[in-house]
Write a protein that binds this ligand. Sequence first.
Ligand code: NAD
Ligand code: MG
Length: 394
Amino acid sequence: MKQQISVLGATGSIGLSTLDVIARHPHDYQVFALSGFSRLAELERLCLLHRPQFAVVPTSEAARPLQAALEASGLDTRVLVGEQGLCEVAAHPQVDAVMAAIVGAAGLKPTLAAVQAGKRVLLANKEALVMSGALFMQAVQAHGAVLLPIDSEHNAIFQCMPGDYARGLGQVGVRRILLTASGGPFRSWPLERLAEATPQQACAHPNWAMGRKISVDSASMMNKGLELIEACWLFDARPAQVEVVIHPQSVIHSLVDYVDGSVLAQLGNPDMRTPIAHALAWPRRIDSGVAPLDLFAIARLDFEAPDERRFPCLKLARQAAEAGGTAPALLNAANEVAVAAFLDGRIRFDEIARMIEAVLNRISAIAVQQLDDVLHADAQARIVAQDWLVRYGH
Ligand code: NAD
Ligand code: MG
């Protein structure tokens, strides 16, 4: 039987890589649903190629022309709308696996819907887990979902962990997790130049081609901060057990350090189709289309410690991880507003961290009892962040 896959965020970088892997295995996987938010001509092209049962777009105004175009091409794809449509295709009884590849907090409810329906969840949308950590992991347990990390680092860590790591890192002899980071495009820029960095420079990542939001996060290293929080939830680690290591070549995707001194690493070319293929087929292995690693061409691997003066976002994220409760949701929301403002030219690159810090200083984190606590923190942080923008934005 073919596995039925819903791809949320199909028009994005991860979505397209997922469809590339799926297309290599037409006998094993079938696209059940595709979603897009903008670039709807691209979504139409993907529907013609993969013939899903459902497509999801943000509004009814967008749904009508797409529905008409698909019908005119002889497809019986039904076009659904908004968050409700996303949750429906995430939790649909016919679906086996959901690729959660929407960017940001917008992916939280659809991803949770997949978890609550007990699906195999391929998690790229790290913001969803960062925001709702404990609730998310409890829901995975309660509904028997299979959570597989797509983030290359967490996928690498998963591959280097023993099968029974859920017993607890101490129980299985893991001392710490070494989370690798490329350092992004500004790793070796003179510090005083960072203030003038443009969106175009921030999005020009040395090793990975990604969406604009995660590209800016990589440049500020907030991406590594979010990943630190993500690793704590996925592997039940304390923040102090996760060490960030800058490794500019992005060939080692992360490492696990055991008490006997063994350190296991996963290596590969920097291409997201490897973790995607791994998670799609796990525990099997399938071809991903990624070229074999050429160690002679790479020749050397470098490592350095991150500099918190250059990357203040990393420190803010570690503090949020340690504070717990709604702190990561506040951090994430403030960061989403800051990154959008930077991409719009309303704040300078160095003001991203300043704005997030200001938001975190204004709102106290509280314990999380239910999803509403998370959603409230998210909304509150966005209001305070907008306020900061009105006062200090350009
Ligand atoms: P992207 O910007 O290329 O794609 C985002 C997708 O989400 C698009 O399909 C877009 O239409 C959809 N989307 C955007 N806003 C939406 C909204 N409000 N409602 C519904 N859909 C919306 O981003 P990406 O680089 O593919 O990243 C997707 C997720 O995967 C992010 O959470 C990112 O952190 C994570 N991730 C990406 C990479 C990578 O290499 N690109 C690596 C690791 C993790
Ligand atoms: Mg990553």
